[in-house]
Write a new protein. Structure first.
Ligand SMILES: Cc1ncc(COP(=O)(O)OP(=O)(O)O)c(N)n1
Ligand SMILES: Cc1nc(C(=O)O)sc1CCOP(=O)(O)O
Ligand SMILES: [Mg+2]
Length: 515
């Protein structure tokens, strides 16, 4: 018997209701990843760190346990590998039942197990494999013997999409000493020559100040700078970073974006460790779901220049939509909001297909990607955020359902601003408008003018994004009224020169925008 409100459902009705639920999107919304690693009884590293990280990313984690360690934050007391039969059995069981979208390796113990893992990866044709070449534990215990390193180089490395060695591991793989960034670059190139296209050399062991990671994605090389946190509460950082990248790949993200997101995740959680254990303490993997922490990490100009757009704004031409979003991203906008309003009806699958294209363009340019109103679509697309109006989905419910989404909320006046304070902890910005008259949004309210905008800005602690009739001619005045960002449709769709439009919106000169 299932109770819903006043009505009591009998068994057959509830079964009928439940079987009518379409679970076909479940894999897309909560994809599965696999960690092939050793167990850390202390819970801070190994497959336990991988699982916690994956779950913090809303990715379902499965495991192939390659061996056990008796371990805590003070060190490894004992280690024992799993039998090859059990490794094969775990692969068979997982691969028979789950749609594994991405996998990662951790401690693999010895050459026999490295070869068994490589054989299974080939057999099950696992596509997105992140190889974290774990060789030594934080306390100094060896987690891969010498023959294992050789097997890893010859058997496993060529199957990987990305390898993520720390400095000692990179030195061993590249056969050279690494003292600085230039050495990291050389080591990355040498490791590429071993047969893996993409290498991330993690520089945490090198410097006392900034942490620089050197990334070589084929011919594209770049450096990521992370924060250096003093103290010992960093057990499992390598596992966690590679698990975060694996999670993003499982969600369909490009490798470059997955690395950027993984780096961002690490930088967030490393500064907020758990004070548990007496040695190398564990990270706080679940912290990712705190929207406040996420919000603080965004670039300062995240809201500066928002292009709101959908097919209806570009004559229902998909090609025109893709082209203008790409051109606007290249011109320096900071956020795209995909908004399908006022045009021909589109199905969820159509919006999903179009949204995917726009999302990938945005992410290639490191531009935030939001969805207007449609929380289901934002989740399915793994968008950066969602923008909702006063009569759209409830902000607290969105935050509970999809804590990874940033949220923007429309506000018209001081009364709505006051109401928005109740859910302020979930909000990233408020969209205020219409500031000026607009013909683009048919149901827009009466304009509030610059005075209305300034009043809301004064009352609010959140970034304020002005919308409605925003264009090149009034951008400066809108910024002077206090807006932290400007959003528009027609100013971009009708722009004769997007670079100039963006420069007017941001108030930066064209050179700065292009940087
Ligand atoms: C940045 C920004 N501000 C306001 C809106 C309008 O949202 P809403 O009030 O929900 O109206 P619709 O967009 O749904 O018509 C927005 N989309 N973006
Ligand atoms: C989507 C939207 N929301 C508004 C609001 O006031 O909340 S005004 C608007 C339309 C903005 O189009 P244009 O830049 O062409 O005026
Ligand atoms: Mg809305």
């Amino acid at each position: 018997m299932v109770r819903r409100g006043e009505k009591t459902l009998d068994e057959s009705e509830s079964i009928e209701l439940l079987t009518a639920v379409d679970f076909s999107d479940a894999d897309r919304q909560y994809p599965t990843a696999l960690t092939i690693a050793g167990s850390d009884s202390g819970g801070g590293a190994g497959l336990q760190a991988d699982m916690k990280t994956m779950e913090a990313h809303q990715v379902f984690s499965t495991t192939v346990v390659v061996g056990l360690t008796a371990q805590n934050t003070l060190g490894v007391d004992a280690a024992q590998p799993a039998s090859v039969d059990m490794i094969d059995g775990q692969f068979a069981a997982v691969m028979a039942d789950f749609d594994v979208r991405a996998a990662k390796t951790g401690a693999l113990f010895d050459a026999e197990r490295v070869k068994a893992v490589a054989r299974n990866i080939r057999e099950y044709q696992i596509q997105h494999l992140i190889l974290d070449p774990v060789m030594v534990a934080k306390g100094g215990a060896a987690l891969l013997d010498e023959a294992g390193v050789q097997a890893l180089k010859s058997e496993l490395l060529p199957l990987a999409e990305l390898i993520t060695p720390n400095i000692p591991e990179a030195e061993l793989l590249a056969g050279m000493a690494i003292r600085n960034l230039e050495d990291m670059k050389q080591a990355a190139v040498k490791i590429q020559a071993l047969g893996v296209q993409n290498v991330m050399v993690k520089g945490g062991h090198l410097s006392d100040t900034a942490v620089l990671d050197y990334i070589a994605l084929g011919d594209e090389h770049f450096v990521l700078e992370g924060i250096k946190v003093p103290g010992k509460r960093k057990h499992g950082t390598g596992d966690t970073l590679s698990a975060a990248i694996t999670s993003q790949l499982a969600k369909g993200m490009s490798l470059k974006k997955a690395i950027l997101m993984g780096h961002r995740y690490m930088n967030q959680i490393i500064g907020h460790p758990l004070y548990i254990g007496h040695g190398h303490g564990p990270l706080n993997h679940g912290l990712w779901t705190d929207p406040n922490v996420f919000r603080k990490q965004l670039p300062k100009d995240a809201w500066a220049c928002q292009f709101v757009v959908g097919l209806a704004n570009v004559g229902e031409s998909e090609q025109a939509l893709v082209d203008i979003v790409r051109d606007a991203c290249a011109a320096g906008i900071t956020l795209v909001q995909y908004r399908e309003k006022g045009g021909a009806e589109k199905t969820f699958d159509e919006r999903l297909r179009i949204g995917k294209q726009l999302r990938d363009i945005c992410w290639a340019y490191d531009v935030l990607f939001f969805i207007d109103d449609d929380v289901d679509l934002a989740i399915a697309l793994n968008a950066d955020g969602v923008h909702v109006g006063q009569s759209d989905s409830d902000v607290a419910e969105i935050a509970q359902r999809a804590p990874q989404l940033l949220i923007g909320l429309s506000v018209l006046n001081l009364a709505e601003e006051q109401e928005s304070q109740k859910v302020q902890q979930y909000l990233s910005y408020i969209g205020v408008g219409p500031v000026f008259a607009t013909t683009t949004k048919k149901d827009a309210k009466a304009p509030i003018g610059l005075k209305g905008l300034a009043a809301v800005k004064q009352a609010s602690d959140l970034p304020v994004v002005a919308i409605g009739g925003v264009g090149e001619s009034n951008a400066k005045a809108i910024r002077a009224a206090g807006a932290d960002g400007l959003a528009a449709i027609s100013a971009f769709t009708k722009s004769r020169n997007l670079v100039e439009t963006v420069a007017e919106f941001t108030g930066k000169d064209i050179k700065e925008n292009e940087e």
